[in-house]
Write a protein that binds this ligand. Structure first.
Ligand code: ADP
Ligand code: MG
Length: 676
């Protein structure tokens, strides 16, 4: 068996299973062994009953106390027992397992592993795995069982079995890293690492395995980035774009003064575009720092010079918002530059008209989504490409975008706070500008972390804000099990809130499954304050700008990563009004509280990212991938910052040694979904 072998060759995988695997993106043996677990079940030491925490999977050992009881309806029988140790007792329930009554004896010692939740009558362990007699737990203690991403019909066991077979059938002895390098960084062998990532005997093995694979991933990424840099470095500038006086005039007439940081970055961009070489620049700035206007100035300048400029956004909602705010600005200041919108959801006819206007050069500034880089779009004289929220795109898409023109200037914008040392590595092929200042009219957002008992008070508060003319967002609890439920959830929430608040306030909702035209309609109405409270899933996470919105309330905030929460919070505090962010959480866990408290105390993206890292420590087994940045398979830019530095050093070394094996490294551009 080789990596390219179809998984059909694996024993036990028939046509049906093959189809299921295809759904999760696995078609070859190579894909399968790189289908790394999403997390692991760890069979940890039992904890004293008095110390169990809610919302976590835990193990307890105790004596069965009293009688095992069965209640409920015939279809939904609930078995209840109490276990007791020296520190306390805990209620335990199972669903549809009435036969337990006959197998579990009063007084027997039992070990139980399951999720503990808070019910009206206190903490309850739900549907735990049973080890009875309790010694049986010894076999599992400290082992890690892989948990794979699944799809309906594909079980965790089936994946684990297939992976095992693939590993057995594959010759994994090939080692691409030179020994010297491996030794220098104390990295595990490849062979050990792939086995260890799927079936680690213990945490040590897991750390080592993961470290090695993350290193490979980063190294390959850095090397391909450097190739890109070599290619783009010092390309002669075909579009020398001088700064037009109309742009300065426009800046003078804007309703606000540019911050010093914005002016500085705008100067850097203008200088780049007027220089002898092509611009490749990243503009980094926290949420709300005002990146858009800087991009608009660049686009405008290019258009005034007789060329075209295009800006790509990751979502339709955001693209449309950019389009509308630019057309509005231009109308207001009587600037006669033709702005065009191009998104995937436009009708064929609309698209065709847009293509025509782009191709003949009538459209000078083009705003859109991925639709901008489709084959059918031909530009007339594309001199500048801008990507907004670059961390949502791949390097490859950025490249494709640039290739749409001759050799256009490239400007990318990102709100992701990464320390400069890391940014230099990750955006190795770009020069970096930083907007490190918020507009002066901003009041710092006021935060609070509260439990669900506060919900009513929060609603009253929102009502007051609305009475003052402001607007609010509510991010609805996520439903992990199914998108369908999530949709229902958002709709129910909005309906009951509407009933609660009465008809003077318009409550509406937004979720990912809505048709694009519906989403646009909702956003437009929210933008015009025809809707005062918007209940939404995280679809509004990036870029949305409605300065009149002053309250962001996030339900179940413990389920989100801090970086994501910071982005969501960034939807408010964008104008001159005092804004508020309410992090709602029902979790009593100390860790959760500590984590949310970071947000409570700081509005600074950089600080949050580094505090988060400090709190969690590297190698967190279940870490929600906090950064959401650059979608590596395993690596996390923050968490694995040290490995990233190592890989960067190694890349320096390798470049000077010109090794044969370098060619054997997996080709990143082709195989991965790396996003920067
Ligand atoms: P982001 O950096 O998150 O993309 P935006 O560019 O969307 O932020 O800007 C956020 C809001 O701040 C917008 O409503 C914008 O008009 C406004 N804004 C931008 N620059 C300034 C400034 N210098 N002074 C006041 N408001 C500004
Ligand atoms: Mg933005």
């Amino acid at each position: 068996m080789i990596e390219q072998t179809s998984i059909k060759e694996i024993k036990g995988i028939g046509e049906k299973t093959q189809k299921l695997f295809e759904k999760v993106g696995v078609s070859t043996v190579g894909d399968l062994i790189r289908y790394y677990p999403r997390g692991y079940d760890v069979y940890e030491d039992p904890v004293p009953i008095s110390e169990v925490e809610e919302d976590r999977i835990q193990t307890v050992t105790g004596a069965i106390f009293g009688r095992v009881q069965v209640s409920g309806t015939r279809n939904m029988q609930v078995t209840t027992l109490y276990v007791k140790d020296l520190t306390g007792s805990l209620k335990v329930i199972w669903f549809r397992m009435p036969f337990l009554r006959n197998t579990l004896a009063r007084g027997g010692v039992i070990t139980l592993r399951g999720r503990v939740v808070r019910k009206r009558d206190g903490l309850v362990m739900e549907h735990p795995e049973i080890f009875y007699p309790s010694e049986k737990y010894g076999d599992k203690l400290n082992t890690l069982q892989p948990i794979y991403g699944l799809t309906a019909g594909l079980t965790n066991n089936a994946v684990a079995k297939a992976v095992r077979q693939a590993l057995d059938g594959l010759d994994l002895s090939k080692e691409v890293l030179p020994d010297e390098l491996r030794m220098r960084y104390g990295l595990a062998e490849y062979n050990y690492a792939v086995r260890g990532i799927h079936f680690p005997e213990d945490k040590e093995v897991f750390y080592h395995a993961r470290e090695r694979l993350v290193f490979d991933e980063f190294l390959a990424f850095i090397l391909s980035l450097r190739k890109l840099k070599d290619k783009n470095e010092k390309l002669e500038n075909e579009y020398v774009v001088g700064k037009k006086p109309e742009v300065d005039e426009f800046i003078r007439r804007l309703p606000f003064r540019l911050t010093n940081a914005q002016s500085k970055v705008w100067r850097e961009i203008a200088d780049d575009m007027a220089s002898d070489t092509v611009m490749s620049r990243l503009v980094q700035g926290d949420v709300g720092s005002g990146k858009t206007i800087v991009a608009v100035l660049a686009l405008m300048n290019v258009a005034l010079n007789g060329y075209q400029g295009a800006m790509m956004a990751p979502t339709e909602v955001l693209a449309r918002q950019h389009y509308e705010s630019i057309t509005r600005l231009f109308e207001e200041y009587e600037i006669k530059i033709k702005v065009e919108l191009l998104t995937g959801s436009m009708t064929t006819k609309e698209k065709r008209r847009a293509y025509d206007r782009i191709e003949c050069g009538y459209a000078r500034i083009i705003i859109g989504t991925h639709a901008l880089i489709q084959d059918r779009v031909n530009y007339d004289c594309l001199a500048l490409v801008v990507t907004d929220e670059q961390h949502r795109f791949g390097v490859k898409q950025r490249e494709t975008f640039a290739r749409k023109g001759g050799m256009p200037h490239v400007l990318v914008m990102s709100a992701t706070p990464i320390p400069r040392t890391l940014a230099i590595i990750l955006y190795g092929d770009l020069d970096i500008s930083v907007i490190d200042e918020l507009p002066a009219n901003r009041l710092p957002i006021k935060n609070c972390v509260v439990d669900t008992g506060y919900r009513k008070t929060a609603y009253t508060f929102m009502k007051k804000q609305v009475a003052e003319g402001r607007q609010c967002y509510i991010i609805c609890p996520m439903v992990e099990e199914s998108e369908h439920l999530e949709v229902e959830n958002v709709m129910d929430y909005a309906a009951s809130l509407q009933a609660e608040l009465g008809n003077e306030i318009v409550v509406s909702y937004l979720h990912g499954k809505m048709r694009q035209s519906e989403k646009d309609d909702i956003m437009e109405r929210f933008g015009k304050n025809e809707i005062q409270i918007l209940v939404s899933t995280t679809v509004i996470e990036v870029g949305i700008d409605v300065p009149n919105a002053t309250v962001m309330m996030i339900e179940n905030s413990e389920r989100f990563g801090l970086a994501q929460l910071h982005q969501l919070r960034g939807r408010v505090g964008r104008g001159k009004y005092q804004s508020y962010c309410i992090f709602m959480s029902s979790s009593k866990s100390k860790e959760t509280k500590e984590r949310l408290n970071i947000l409570n105390q700081s509005n600074d993206g950089f600080k949050i990212a580094s505090e988060d890292l400090r709190l969690r420590g590297p190698g967190d087994l279940f870490g929600i991938r906090q950064s959401g940045l650059m979608d590596f398979r395993l690596g996390d830019v923050y968490q694995d910052a040290k490995i990233l530095q190592m890989a960067n050093e190694a890349a320096d070394m390798l470049e000077t040694t010109e090794n044969e094996w370098l060619k054997n490294l997996p080709n990143y551009e082709g195989t991965s979904s790396v996003i920067i």
